[in-house]
Every structure is written in structure tokens, then in C-alpha cells.
Design a protein around this ligand. Structure first.
Ligand SMILES: [Zn+2]
Length: 106
């Protein structure tokens, strides 16, 4: 696992695996959050909408600001919610999300 490009809440910049309780499941509520987390390479977006739950790499083309604006900002989250997680397994279990077939997170 690579070193994170940002420091998280406790200031730890280690490789994550040593910090057992330091799980991130963060709801993305604004454009600034979206841009911030989209720029993190070692992370995943969980997108929950009315029909399905998918987990994506942050680099996936399905994770884009225009969809975010429509689903979250214009509809005040009624049609979709976005979460960031730094752990694929945890993210899948927490949200019961399927892996996106475009970006195939692993
Ligand atoms: Zn994807």
C-alpha cells in the first residue's frame, strides 16, 4: 500500500494497515469534498443511488463532478449518495456495494 497523499484526522501518514481503528467512511456532501477525495489515489468512492450500490476507484470515469452535482447537489441526496472510503473490503461490507465493472477496484 502506498503512502497517502494527505494526512488524515489523527495526522498519521503511515501505511494505514498499522492503524486498525483508523477507517474512513466519509459522506461527500459538497464539491470541495468531492474534489479533495477524488484526488486521492489510494481510495474508493461508493456511489449509492436508487437502483444500485457500486464501489469505484477514485480515478473511475463514473466518478465525476457532473454526476455528483445532479445526484447529490441538485436533488439534495434523494437520488444518490457518495461516500469515500480508504478500504475496499471495508467499503464493500459497510455499504454492501458491488465492484464497478469499468474500473474494477482491487
Ligand atoms: Zn468505476
Amino acid at each position: 500500500m502506498e503512502i497517502y497523499g494527505i494526512s488524515n484526522h489523527n495526522g498519521n501518514k503511515g501505511n494505514g494497515k498499522e492503524v486498525g481503528e483508523d477507517k474512513m467512511n466519509i459522506e461527500i456532501l459538497g464539491e470541495e469534498d468531492f474534489k479533495h477525495y477524488k484526488a486521492i489515489r489510494d481510495g474508493y468512492f461508493v456511489i449509492i443511488d436508487t437502483t444500485r450500490r457500486l464501489i469505484h476507484t477514485t480515478g473511475c470515469s463514473d466518478v465525476n463532478i457532473s454526476s455528483f452535482r445532479v445526484k447529490v447537489l441538485e436533488n439534495t441526496g434523494k437520488n444518490g449518495r457518495y461516500y469515500f472510503t480508504d478500504d475496499l473490503v471495508e467499503g464493500r461490507e459497510t455499504f454492501r456495494a458491488e465492484k464497478c465493472k469499468n474500473c474494477r477496484p482491487k
